[in-house]
Design a protein around this ligand. Sequence first.
Ligand code: SF4
Length: 249
Amino acid sequence: MLPEIPEPAHLKAQRLNEFYGEADAARIIAVSLQEFGTGLAAVSSFGADSAILLHLIAQVQPSLPVLFLQTNKHFTATLRYQAQLVQELGLTDVRDLLPDVSALKTHDPLGALCLTDKDRCCDLRKTQPLALGVAPFQAWFTGRKQSQAATRNSLPAFEAVGQHIRINPLKDWGTEQLEAYREAHHLPPHPLVEQGYRSIGCMPCTRAVSDGEDQRAGRWAGSVKTECGIHLNGLEQHLQHNGIKGAGA
Ligand code: SF4
């Protein structure tokens, strides 16, 4: 008997989009749990809208691994919010992904690289740790949404990232739906939201936004940078460069 050939990730993503691409978030989460089992995780920034995806996950599998990029550049408010959500939602497997200590010593000994080379800083503190963190998993959830920025307006539910699959259950949720869900389930807001922060990342690279601005306009404001690299080709390149393959992918 011939060995079974794993379905390539881009074909699997295509198949899942055909069947479930327009399903609601809870259905996408349920289908993903069925499809990927223990090969599934979630990546969360514990930012402005993170409580919604985490709540949806906690309803069906609070033990799902949740990966958090601990860049050591977060607002203290974000770290407090992370602890609050973990406790209130009953999440039992939240994992901090840390930058490589020797790489930081070599390339960012003063911790000021974000002031001079943001791409390199994001690579060291986000993309490389995430590549190692997601490597054991076939697929992972993100909280990305089409409404967050013009660069995300064609975001699908399932996307191939090398031999892995990234899943965006909230892809078509807008502000009103997010707020309604948050209120219906009494989810605590990130403390910085009331100060005008709508997309919250590292402290040195995040500012509040004004009415009418893209939610992500406060990220790397004043530079051409709009994404940190973890959702762009950088992650795929690191996975390939390191020879990292997803479990069973
Ligand atoms: S968002 Fe800013 S501080 Fe955070 S890793 Fe990227 S450049 Fe560095």
